[in-house]
Design a protein around this ligand. Structure first.
Ligand code: ZN
Length: 238
């Protein structure tokens, strides 16, 4: 079975459409943060729902629901959340689970220790999640930087960033956490939308990037007065 894993769409409909057009998979899974930052949160939620894509909540959904305190958000993110709250029907997100699983892997927005908030950037932060995993593989998003954190079969640890076309064989690891990056607001200096493909038969994961019309999204953001820094960063992927 071929899975596509997408995350952190952040109201960027052009990026979502580009990824959906590029994906060839039997099933798509979404790791949350469908809303926040971008100009089309409602349309992105509707599209994910219309396609019956299983989704877990991210910190931006939880912030909209008032379940995550926005004091942890910077000023720009807070402004974007306030604007997003005027656009989105909360009923569409209130029942999202925060963690899910399929045969052979877990999926969660941030980490298994803290489903929506923890930033796992290094092995030391991943240790708790390695212990909580009952399956060898876990997909995450949240940092907007594609990569992996792993405990190898020899007991040593390994972490690397992943770029367009990179492949990873899950068989090689005892515990493997893969960050699929962000569809709608990449932060690894590659502005193209990111997503992952996982083949359960070969256990091969591959990371992919799709170009989309960034200027069109920036114009929409300007039209609704979203913060300039959020507009600028789409073009640089930072
Ligand atoms: Zn995010």
């Amino acid at each position: 079975m071929l899975y596509a894993i997408i995350s952190d769409i952040h109201g960027n409909l052009e990026a979502l459409d580009a990824v959906l057009a590029a994906i060839k998979a039997d099933k798509i899974i979404c790791l949350g943060d469908i809303v926040g930052y971008g100009p089309n949160p409602k349309e992105c939620l509707e599209k994910i729902k219309a396609l019956n894509i299983p989704t877990v909540a991210g910190n931006h959904e939880k912030a909209l629901l008032g379940e995550v305190d926005t004091k942890w958000f910077n000023e720009r993110a807070k402004l974007a959340i306030e604007w997003t709250s005027t656009q989105v029907d909360l009923a569409a997100i209130k029942d999202l689970p925060t963690v899910g699983e399929e045969a052979g892997f877990h999926y969660v927005h941030a980490s298994l220790r803290d489903h929506v908030n923890e930033y796992m950037m290094s092995i030391s932060e991943a240790l708790a999640t390695f212990e909580l995993m009952t399956k060898p593989l876990c997909f995450i998003g949240h940092t907007h930087r594609p990569g992996y954190l792993a405990r190898k079969k020899d007991g040593f640890y390994e972490s690397r960033s992943l770029h367009d076309g990179d492949e990873l064989l899950a068989y090689d690891f005892d515990r493997l956490i893969i960050n699929v990056g962000s569809v709608g607001q990449p932060r690894d200096r590659d502005p193209r939308a990111a997503y992952g493909i996982f083949d359960t038969q070969t256990r091969l994961f591959s990371l992919h990037r799709s170009s989309y019309d960034i200027q069109q999204v920036q114009e929409k953001m300007r039209a609704v007065n979203l913060p300039q820094k959020l507009i600028d960063r789409l073009a640089t992927g930072s």
